[in-house]
Unconditional design. Structure first.
Length: 563
């Protein structure tokens, strides 16, 4: 009788091993049939079992993971009449017992339609079947040369893949591959992306709302064209002033903003809680001596003016805003870089997404020197960019009625120190949705936005990072638990962990004045919901409204014809 428990354990172990062998045996090309995808033909399917895989990324949105075991299914397809060859990779947890029953499609970054390993790894780690795609082109986030044919013409088919078509393919292929592997379809499906991946998520919300059940879209490049052109503004300002500032020279202005505005929330944590309340005057630093690369420098009026103009953002000759400025205290290491060569000579180092856009898609000259742009040239190219590519690359339609009616959910967070895509662009879009769809209360039923104080682009920097926003979306979709807050954390200058609960817009987090300011329990969400359209569009928030009209005025000044 004493042997029965041992025999029972052996029997259970046998069944577990047998089940694992059955699952892993499915990871072969012959186990999959070609899924039917509208407008596309499957060229090939390959499958390979992978073990002990590690993935990493500089972004906290894609944390490093290790010891992954999965089935890597690679599907190549083509679209009729395009001659493209698109790769879709789907990673499947090897055992059915390791699969959470869900599917997630992951997005790209910059000019990349998908990121593959950095996004697929964390998804599989948390039990998802997950897909990513290359859109049929190379995946260098800073290079769009792939969109130019050998004869110099634009490859509109590949740009359409990046913008929308490959997103649909990725989801449909991924879900069907998962169903074939596990013998049952995913019970829920999601989109997860940041930056370009965030824009792609909004494209799904606006154009294909029934494609997935929930969309997690962070730091979204909603107005991709304006973001690409606006990200060049810091370089243009420096070139125009004949003063190329190093990151060391920007640092005193960033530090001054933090020192002046950190305590506005009542807690010293090196984080500006609400950038709208930070009113730094850069001219107060003029004359200060700073140490950079072993040399003494004096902050000049030209430097202060550059910081001011970057903060105000690009404007027309009449002073109308074309795009958002960067809040005081935002790092400038992406959009205001310079190179220092021999003898200390400096040269511009523009944001690659922007410079590649101008060189390859606008000017159509890969050797074009962007530092030679005049103001008139810059404005003219901005007009051209919107006319030629805005309809395709932007995802800024505020009509989310189809998403609402389909029961879909859209969850977004955006760092207030985003050094690439100013967080104001997300707020402005949210306000436009409110105006179009019945106000904040109605919109909160299907679309929620959270601001992450001090956080950089897609989780860069030392700001407060949401710890599990995708799970919050899952709970919203599957359990009906709409998130009022998102748990977030950061590591302070002492190396100690801070916690906070990010508040659903339009509420803001406020320190209650008692307790440890580094703990979430010392903060509360305050502020009511705004339904008054007049308040939504007051002059303080109306940064980019009527953009086309403004560009039309610029065009008339330059003698351009704008439709």
């Amino acid at each position: 009788m004493r042997k029965l428990p041992f025999l029972f354990l052996l029997l259970r172990l046998y069944h577990a091993v047998a089940a694992l062998e059955t699952d892993t045996a499915k990871c072969s090309a012959t186990s999959f049939t070609h899924p039917s995808i509208p407008g596309a033909s499957i060229l090939s399917i390959e499958a390979e079992e992978k073990h002990d895989v590690s993935t990493s990324s500089p972004f906290r949105t894609s944390p490093s993971v290790s010891n992954l075991h999965f089935c890597d299914v690679q599907v190549h397809l083509t679209h009729a009449g395009t001659n493209d060859r698109v790769l879709i990779r789907t990673w499947l947890p090897l055992s059915t017992s390791d699969w959470n029953g869900r599917f997630v499609a992951t997005g790209g970054g910059g000019w990349s339609t998908g990121m593959f390993e950095p996004t697929l790894g964390p998804a599989v780690h948390f039990g998802y079947a997950a897909s990513s795609t290359d859109g049929g082109h190379q995946s260098d986030p800073g290079d769009v040369s792939w969109a130019v044919n050998t004869d110099g013409s634009i490859n509109w088919h590949l740009l359409e893949n990046l913008a929308s078509r490959s997103l649909v393919d990725e989801v449909l292929v991924g879900k069907r591959i998962a169903e074939q592997y596990y013998g049952t379809a995913p019970h829920h499906s999601y989109w997860d992306g940041c930056s370009q991946g965030g824009r792609q998520g909004y494209t799904i919300a606006q154009k294909y709302p029934k494609l997935v059940d929930g969309i997690h879209a962070c730091a979204p490049a909603l107005d991709f064209v304006n973001m690409a052109m606006g990200s060049l503004w810091p370089q243009f300002v420096m070139n125009n002033a004949s003063t190329l500032m190093t990151q060391c020279e920007f640092a005193p202005f960033i530090q001054a903003a933090v020192e002046q505005c950190d305590l506005l929330d009542g807690v010293r944590d090196a984080i500006i809680e609400d950038p709208e309340t930070c009113t730094l005057d850069p001219t107060t630093l003029v004359g200060e001596r700073i140490q950079c690369d072993g040399e003494q420098f004096e902050i000049t009026p030209a430097m202060a003016d550059i910081v001011n103009r970057i903060h105000r953002g690009p404007q027309t000759a009449f002073g109308s805003a074309l795009w958002h400025g960067y809040p005081h205290g935002t790092p400038m290491n992406w959009v205001a870089n310079v190179k220092t060569i021999a003898e200390g000579i400096r040269s511009p180092d523009p944001f690659a997404v922007s410079s590649s856009f101008i060189r390859h898609l606008l000017v159509k000259n890969s050797a074009f020197n962007i530092s030679n742009l005049s103001y008139a040239d810059y404005m003219s190219l901005w007009v051209q960019a919107n006319e030629d590519y805005g309809y395709l690359l932007n995802a800024n339609n505020p009509n989310l009625q189809a998403l609402r009616d389909a029961g879909g959910k859209l969850l977004t967070w955006h760092g207030t120190s985003d050094e690439v895509i100013p967080y104001q662009s997300t707020l402005r879009y949210r306000q436009r949705v409110e105006a179009a769809m019945g106000g904040a209360k109605a919109v909160n039923e299907f679309y929620r936005v959270f601001l992450a104080p001090g956080l950089g682009h897609c989780g860069l920097g030392n700001g407060l990072m949401p710890t599990d926003a995708l799970q919050a979306l899952v709970d919203w979709v599957e359990e009906g638990e709409a998130p009022e807050t998102l748990e977030a954390d950061a590591v302070d200058a002492r190396g100690e962990r801070m916690t906070r609960e990010l508040c659903a817009y339009p509420k803001k987090s406020k320190y209650m004045g008692i307790g440890d300011g580094s703990r979430a329990s010392s903060w509360a969400c305050e502020g009511g919901e705004v339904d008054d359209e007049d308040e939504l569009f007051d002059s303080k928030r109306d940064f980019v409204g009527g953009l086309k009209e403004r560009l039309m005025r610029v065009g008339m000044d330059l003698g351009l014809s704008i439709g």
